[in-house]
Design a protein around this ligand. Structure first.
Ligand code: SAH
Ligand code: SF4
Ligand code: F3S
Length: 453
């Protein structure tokens, strides 16, 4: 690689999948001898890892790209890269829109960044968006944290939700082998990481594309089997996973989570809508009754489990009464956290072509009502932590108060408490919760354990 002083910057939009991809691409650039800079306008290589889930996510990228394209006119050796889901969706059209771009690469090509950059250095403008079998990764990702890490388990999505771009941009499901996943986790354990979050768009659909089934005809490599296969990796003390699809969430999986001590009692299971006709139009493949049964079963095995989800308001044709069913579900289940969004019509998705689109004002008003209820419910859910002892894994210094450290409870609540980061980093500390807010907690560490730890 030319000139060892070349600096790169990556800005990441979108979901955990993109964050994990960015860490791997960053690792590749480090290996190539480039160095990281926080400043996108000082970098020689700028990579935007993009998201196209909603229109506003996509528009953000174009405004950043506009500024970088201008910069390239003064700095012709600037290498400009668009990766991720906008790259996949737009492909060569992006080059026409922003001719200053050097490389447009879809998410399935993240591990090929070095190869693609070499083609750019040979003087080519490169578009890599064809569907490929994702290579097992050999570079070391440059991880944001050295306590918690993402581990990809399954790429892609085989569902066809009528609003969603993901199957189009992330391709069909590709499961990594249990051996590769375990090996990556073991490596993380050796490096001192304490917590792993297993990642997939529909993680509970894991393994369907791997060969092999049991004598009873059940698939041998379900996500539940994977949990049993990796839960004892040395050094890793906590295991989380996201995202789960209600269609594949089994009682067997719930039992495994209850049984395996390292698996944290937090479940992220999007429901999208509380109305059966809307769910049907979305092609989600379950009813609100089934969703409620899943949550009841989780709470039967793990009464205190934290539950989070995603929901969409203002899907085409959604009536006030149907929206009310979403409010009912949120009210009844009392989520610890809920990501909410107004429906955004996306290119290439069936629902975008329907004529029963709702006015923006209606969507915005419903979103506001839903968010209000969510905050109220989260605040209520937080109250149960008051005065309790919670296990917190120390991840960082509280950016707002350097005399405090921060971490998460097993239920994924952000928690602050006084302490010295240098001694507590990566430790599991028992914390007495003294203050609760809707989405975070404050407490005091139990002295005995801190001294011992
Ligand atoms: N695979 C996961 C979610 C992936 S996308 C699942 O099926 O649950 C993350 C979230 O973005 C979705 O859960 C959904 O709530 C939201 N989303 C996806 N497409 C959207 C759209 N067109 N408009 C608004 N929100 C959308
Ligand atoms: Fe999108 Fe549906 Fe796949 Fe989730 S399951 S990524 S919402 S198509
Ligand atoms: Fe966005 Fe792609 Fe993730 S569209 S939400 S970055 S899969």
């Amino acid at each position: 690689m030319v000139g060892s002083a070349r600096q790169y910057h990556i800005t990441t939009f979108g979901c955990q999948m993109n964050k994990a991809d960015s860490e791997r691409m960053s690792g590749i650039l480090d290996t190539m001898g480039l160095t990281w800079t926080d400043d996108p306008y000082a970098a020689d290589v700028v990579l935007y890892n993009t998201c196209t889930i909603r229109d506003n996510a996509e528009q953000k990228v174009y405004s950043y790209l506009g500024r970088q394209a201008k910069r390239k006119h003064e700095k012709p050796d600037l290498t400009l890269i668009v990766a991720g889901c906008v790259a996949q969706q737009e492909g060569a059209a992006l080059l026409r829109r922003v001719p200053e771009l050097d490389l447009v690469m879809g998410p399935q090509h993240a591990n090929r960044l070095q190869d693609l950059l070499e083609q750019v250095l040979d003087g080519n403008q490169v578009v890599a968006t064809e569907a490929v079998e994702i290579m097992e990764d050999i570079t070391k990702p440059r991880r944001d944290s050295d306590v918690t890490a993402w581990v990809n388990v399954i790429y892609g999505c085989n569902e066809r939700c009528t609003y969603c771009v993901v199957p189009g941009v992330r391709g069909v499901e590709q499961s990594r082998t249990p051996e590769a996943i375990r090996a990556e986790m073991a490596d993380l354990g050796r490096q001192g990481f304490k917590e792993v979050t297993l990642l997939g768009q529909n993680i509970d659909a894991y393994g369907r594309d791997l060969p092999g089934s049991t004598a009873e005809g059940r698939h041998q490599h379900t996500f539940t089997d994977l949990l049993y296969a990796v839960h004892d990796v040395p050094g890793i003390e906590r295991i989380r996973f996201a995202t789960s699809h209600p269609r594949y969430f089994t009682e067997r999986l719930i039992r495994a989570c209850a049984e395996l001590p390292k698996v944290c009692e937090h479940f992220h299971i999007p429901f999208q809508s509380g109305d059966n006709d809307v769910l049907k139009a979305m092609a989600r493949g379950y009813t609100h009754e089934k969703y409620r049964r899943i949550i009841e079963t989780i709470r039967r095995y793990m009464p205190d489990a934290a539950i989070s989800a995603d929901a969409i308001v203002g899907f085409p044709g959604e009536t006030e009464e149907q929206f009310q069913h979403t409010l009912d579900l949120v009210n009844d289940i009392a989520f610890d956290q809920l990501n909410t969004a107004a429906y955004s019509p996306r290119p290439g998705t069936p629902a975008a072509l329907w004529e029963n689109q709702l006015p923006e004002a209606v969507k915005a008003e419903r979103l506001q009502r839903l968010n209000h209820l969510v905050a109220q419910k989260a605040a209520e859910r937080s109250l149960r932590y008051q005065g309790r002892i919670e296990e917190v894994l120390v991840e960082a210094i509280n950016p707002k108060d350097p005399t405090q450290v921060m971490g998460r409870t097993r239920g994924n609540r952000l928690t602050f408490f006084p302490g010295d980061f240098a001694t507590l980093k990566g430790e599991l500390v028992q914390v007495n919760i003294t203050e609760v807010r809707p989405f975070s907690l404050t407490g005091e560490p139990l002295q005995a354990l801190v001294a011992a730890g």
